[in-house]
Design a protein around this ligand. Structure first.
Ligand SMILES: O=P(O)(O)O[C@@H]1[C@@H](OP(=O)(O)O)[C@H](OP(=O)(O)O)[C@H](O)[C@H](OP(=O)(O)O)[C@H]1OP(=O)(O)O
Ligand SMILES: Nc1ncnc2c1ncn2[C@@H]1O[C@H](COP(=O)(O)OP(=O)(O)O)[C@@H](O)[C@H]1O
Ligand SMILES: [Mg+2]
Ligand SMILES: [Mg+2]
Length: 317
């Protein structure tokens, strides 16, 4: 029997290569147990040891950011073509840049049930001296804006964002940065988690709206980080608003997930989606993350296990 093949009654070996913090959050005993009961053994990969010494693998899942790992994986894959690699590093790289990650959405043209999905207006600022306020105005960008580091490479710096409230605030971030239209959206972000054909949408706390009055009183820039990880009570007011926020239509969620999965060529990602408070038919994708925090989902164990089973059964059958 060749590597990758499984006879009736046999088991699947799925290797995972993740940073220690991710192992702690994602590889919970409940996931190991659920997978085991469905013939999947999740096995930790040591990235510092040659992969061929750790075989066999029917599939490898991974989230490591080094060039060394990518090279290692590519060499292994060419020598072991029957091992399914989820996902190819060169395709994952597209999500490590806040411009290329959203390009895929721009080409999708989703329009369903009177709703559209697009991306906020944005411009890259790459050199402070070349940066002219006029350029921003020409593009139609107005205050407030949101400044996001161009790189979305998993470092804590890449999550250091700031609200830019007026011209003064344009000196408050380091380049390269993406300056993006801030869209009032009622303080709720929808997170669409994708694992192959499996899709779940949940809501999380987001930045509160910036009213005209706030904009008159606030000046400069306000830094913030990872707001969607805060519990609902952590930010000012609006708990009832959060609870009552209507979810996006399921057909839109599924169509967006399917379209992006195909356009990106990826299986494991999530999408941050907001709904314009002024136009309830206008949805905007603001962020796409590779291999996000699935363990925060209710019943993530069957979600992940079913994804792996679908994949292993289809590709190995
Ligand atoms: O750790 P968690 O569970 O908060 O997951 C993070 C994600 O949170 P989410 O599932 O979207 O709420 C998080 O999503 P956001 O960028 O916060 O929208 C990222 O995917 C983060 O990975 P990285 O730091 O960008 O490489 C994810 O971090 P890692 O777990 O991959 O380190
Ligand atoms: N264009 C935008 N308009 C309004 N709020 C935004 C916008 N972009 C981001 N946010 C808010 O900032 C948070 C973090 O931005 P995001 O692009 O998702 O960065 P990160 O990769 O750090 O999660 C979002 O969850 C949302 O609350
Ligand atoms: Mg986000
Ligand atoms: Mg992100």
């Amino acid at each position: 029997m060749y590597e990758g093949e499984v006879a009736a009654g046999e088991r699947y070996r799925v290797g995972y290569a993740l940073q220690p913090k991710k192992v702690e959050t994602f590889i919970q005993p409940s996931l190991l147990h659920h997978a085991k009961q469905h013939a999947i053994d999740l096995v930790q990969i040591d990235p510092s040891t040659p992969l061929h010494q750790q075989v066999p693998f029917h599939c490898i899942i991974h989230k490591l950011h080094t060039q060394h790992w990518n090279k290692h994986l590519k060499e292994f894959s060419s020598q072991h073509p029957n091992t399914i690699i989820i996902d190819p590093p060169e395709l994952i790289n597209r999500l490590h840049n806040r411009v290329s990650m959203l390009d895929a959405v721009t080409h999708l043209q989703i329009s369903l049930q009177n709703a559209t999905v697009s991306v906020p207006l944005q411009v890259v600022v790459d050199q402070p001296e070349s940066f002219h306020f006029d350029k921003i105005e020409e593009l139609g960008l107005v205050f407030p804006m949101i400044a996001k580091p161009l790189a979305a490479d998993g470092t804590s710096d890449s999550h250091q964002l700031c609200l830019v409230l007026n011209r003064e605030g344009l000196n408050s971030f380091t380049v390269p940065t993406v300056l993006q239209e801030f869209v009032n959206h009622g303080g709720v972000v929808f997170k669409i988690y994708v694992a192959g054909q499996h899709v779940i949408c949940v809501k999380r706390k987001s930045l509160n709206d910036i009213t005209e009055e706030k904009l008159r009183t606030l000046k400069g820039a306000l830094p913030f980080s990872q707001v969607s990880n805060m519990s609902v009570g952590d930010k000012d007011g609006c708990c009832g608003v959060f609870e009552n926020a209507e979810m996006p239509p399921q057909s839109l969620v599924e169509e967006l997930a399917r379209g992006l999965r195909e356009a990106l060529g990826l299986n494991l990602f999530n999408v941050d989606l907001i709904r314009d408070g002024q136009d309830r038919g206008r949805y905007l994708v603001i962020d796409i993350n590779y291999f996000p925090g699935y363990a925060k989902l209710p019943s993530y164990e069957p979600f992940i296990t079913n994804f792996l089973l679908d994949l292993l059964r289809t590709k190995i059958a």
